[in-house]
Design a protein around this ligand. Sequence first.
Ligand SMILES: Nc1ncnc2c1ncn2[C@@H]1O[C@H](COP(=O)(O)OP(=O)(O)OP(=O)(O)O)[C@@H](O)[C@H]1O
Ligand SMILES: [Mg+2]
Length: 191
Amino acid sequence: MIITMANGKGGVGKTLVSLILASALKKSGASVSLSDRDPQRSASGAAEAFELELGEGGDIVIVDTAPWLDHEPTQAGIRDADKVIVVTTPSPSDFARTVHSIKTIGDIRGGVDEVFVAFNRIQNNSFGRDRALLNDAFGCRVFDKCLRSRTAYEQSMLGGWKSLNRVAQNEATELALAILANVSSKKKSSK
Ligand SMILES: Nc1ncnc2c1ncn2[C@@H]1O[C@H](COP(=O)(O)OP(=O)(O)OP(=O)(O)O)[C@@H](O)[C@H]1O
Ligand SMILES: [Mg+2]
């Protein structure tokens, strides 16, 4: 199964969510690898700290992409994925680019059936209230689990999964399980 992280906007947390999600799935017993499609190579640089295999082996491949949706390896990751997770933040300045990215991703895939938004860097308690509105605004489903803004996540780029405190690990695991639950209930694939 291939799960691709995407957004034509830079710095929203695609790489961090790729690493955290791959680690959480691995800790839950899945065989996971990380495919780095971004020439900036941030995921490759942090893979060792997270004790993750780079490449496309195992049952689940998490694909991290570049912030340019006209980039061919990024487009291939979007096209081939069973599930595309559009990582974004609650920052109003990310909103328009995320809406535009979802449209482009829909064009690449021929629809947004298996395209989901995952919120990262949540800072307050308005997430639940805003989520229903955003479902409509984005035109695709928004996960009801999110990652908060935490220094622990930032530091994990060096220290890996084991450097995260229990609260952050649990939060990441909840998002990973929400993604998996959705994957298996919507479409089964041998990819
Ligand atoms: N939930 C979070 N809490 C704290 N810091 C975060 C969080 N998510 C991401 N960051 C930090 O924000 C920065 C950007 O994150 P990241 O590199 O994952 O974004 P990206 O979307 O992959 O960027 P690019 O488009 O350049 O590849 C990094 O320093 C990362 O550690
Ligand atoms: Mg990145």
